[in-house]
Design a binder for this molecule. Sequence first.
Ligand code: SAM
Length: 293
Amino acid sequence: MQNKPLPDMPPSMQMDEDQFGRWAALLEERTGIHLSERRRSFLISSLNIRMRELGLDDYEAYFQYLTTGTRGAVEWEILVDRLTVHETRFYRDDQALSVVRRHAREWLEQHAGERERFELWSVGCATGEEAYSLAILLDDLFTRSGSQAYLGITATDVSTASLSAGRKGLYHRNRIKNLPEALQSHYFESVDEQHVQVIPALQQRVCFMRQNLLELEQARMGQMDIIFCQNVLIYFPRERRLQILDYLVEHLKPGGLLVLGAGEIIDWQNPHVYSESFQGVLAYRRVAQEFGA
Ligand SMILES: C[S@@+](CC[C@H](N)C(=O)[O-])C[C@H]1O[C@@H](n2cnc3c(N)ncnc32)[C@H](O)[C@@H]1O
């Protein structure tokens, strides 16, 4: 059954129900992201742009191309980057950053003088702004406190293109204007009139890795003091969100904190964590001592 042409789309770009269902199912199977009917035109235009680049003019031919062999696997990396939303910015959520700061201060008090490791995981880090914001906040805090602790940030995403942008650490000047000036000049070097570069000392603190949230049971991730997961769960159906959260808890150290975006989940319960939400930030702390452990 052919749909009525959408007003902003030529008839050659139309996609029938079966085709839409097939593409949406492929995306859901491989990334967990549920593509609602409202996003049909986004799917169609993303596919058409990519098909034009490849010289293909038929959805079926592109589907075959994408789902066959090594060439298809490489192509999938490109397409998934186009189909996922990478909107992000430095210091995006002040309240959540305050929660991180408070938790890190508490940790520093408890581990004063120790050479312990403090590990944070930025889940769905997109092009790195979130991970570097957290690295800046923590590096600044740890340096001021004179701590000898090792500070490490792991930043993961499903999109390899986003990860390589994060690794580069090169941003337009406009992107860092949310940061206090002292932090801008301390943590970024000027490249040219338009761009700045994250300083190597901060880059070394952040390790960018590919990790699909659908494959968390195989994640080779260590135990974290903070897991920061914002604006990612919203793209998954509820059942999948609950599953992801349960896996994330397994990677929290006792007493560690899981920080989510406001309203990203309701009625989630896990026996290993308790709610520590405040000031509009959804956060859960892993119990410090598990009975019977
Ligand atoms: C809107 S961005 C959020 C960026 C950042 N967390 C923030 O709040 O600014 C969502 C990110 O989730 C990533 N993502 C989507 N599905 C994923 C999956 N199955 N596994 C890992 N990352 C995924 C996307 O590639 C995208 O970079």
